[in-house]
Design a binder for this molecule. Structure first.
Ligand code: LIP
Length: 295
């Protein structure tokens, strides 16, 4: 997986890759995965409960359920069947090298704790990377039935239960003191302590903070203007890949650490509307937040 930071974007299509086709494939695959997640969750709740089908990963508060694994297996099988030369980089371990130049970056359930508790903000996130750049993506908010999608140079949309795609434009705020800012926290106590310290400083300099619990949805909220900015340390490529291209296509500035850095290195991912981005980046830098927070 290339770890290069993206230098600008390639738009529309190249001689052999149509980014709109990648977007539409991501949308159809993510929506079908969302249906699987919804039905499997209902079965577990009706049975012996989700907790009985949950394990932990990096800490005792970092859960993974068999639904995560089943959803990623479905997505990986769908990709391998429909696009056999494409690579896969999935949170739950589906890793395939690409021969086509396209790699799918997959989080089968982003917002796993929300999924566990029934908080209606968890998402299927499928991003497409081509030659080191994000070129298409889909994020499905499973519980709310909202599908966010984008292709490089083609804009970003959200489609709700009305099945009508609405163009996304991020917020126009330019002053951090008036900005509603989303963030999130890691699963390890060392990083959480540093994040809490940073939060107490930033909270005094922005309108307010929102902690939604899923980076993919945080980035989609930047895209739709329901938050003005987002920042978080230590998320992985599968958390941000699709949301980053959606936010960028909605007019946001998006910075991420590359496709193979994340929770282990604690590096910063942030996004803000274009009018807000310069002042927001200055605010983060003023509080030493542009560096990594080890966890
Ligand atoms: C989540 C991220 C979120 C972060 C959570 C968690 P997961 O991913 O999307 O931004 O704050 O701690 O890492 O674990 O639900 O896939």
């Amino acid at each position: 997986m290339p770890d290069s930071l993206e230098e600008g974007t390639i738009v529309g299509m190249t001689e052999q890759i149509d980014f709109l086709q990648l977007r539409d494939f991501a949308v159809s695959t993510a929506k079908r995965a969302a249906e699987l997640i919804t039905s499997r969750r209902a079965e577990l709740v009706a049975g012996d409960g989700i907790a009985a089908h949950t394990q932990t990963k990096s800490s005792n508060v970092d859960p993974v359920t068999e639904v995560d694994t089943a959803a990623e297996d479905f997505i990986a099988t769908t990709i391998r069947t429909a696009r056999p030369g494409d690579g896969i980089f999935g949170e739950e371990g589906s890793n395939v090298d690409s021969t086509s130049g396209v790699t799918w970056i997959v989080d089968p359930i982003d917002g796993t704790v929300n999924f566990l508790y029934g908080v209606p903000d968890f998402a299927v996130s499928i991003g497409a990377e081509y030659q080191g750049r994000l070129v298409a993506g889909a994020v499905v908010n499973v519980a709310r039935g909202r599908t966010y999608a984008a292709a490089a140079g083609q804009g970003a949309t959200v489609t709700g239960p009305d099945e009508k795609p609405h163009l996304l434009r991020c917020g126009q705020t330019s002053d951090p003191a008036l900005a509603l800012v989303a963030t999130g926290f890691g699963y390890g106590s060392q990083r959480r302590a540093a994040q809490a310290q940073l939060l107490t400083k930033l909270l005094l300099e922005v309108r307010d903070i929102r902690r939604i619990g899923a980076a993919a949805l945080d980035l989609c909220r930047v895209a739709e203007g329901t938050v003005d900015a987002y920042f978080e340390h230590g998320i992985n490529a599968w958390d941000f890949a699709a949301g980053a291209i959606i936010a960028r296509e909605a007019g946001a500035v998006v910075h991420h650490p590359g496709f193979d850095k994340g929770s282990a290195q604690g590096e910063l991912t942030w996004a803000a509307g274009a009018d807000l981005a310069p002042a927001f980046e200055k605010l983060l830098a003023a509080h030493g937040a542009t560096g990594a927070l080890r966890g």
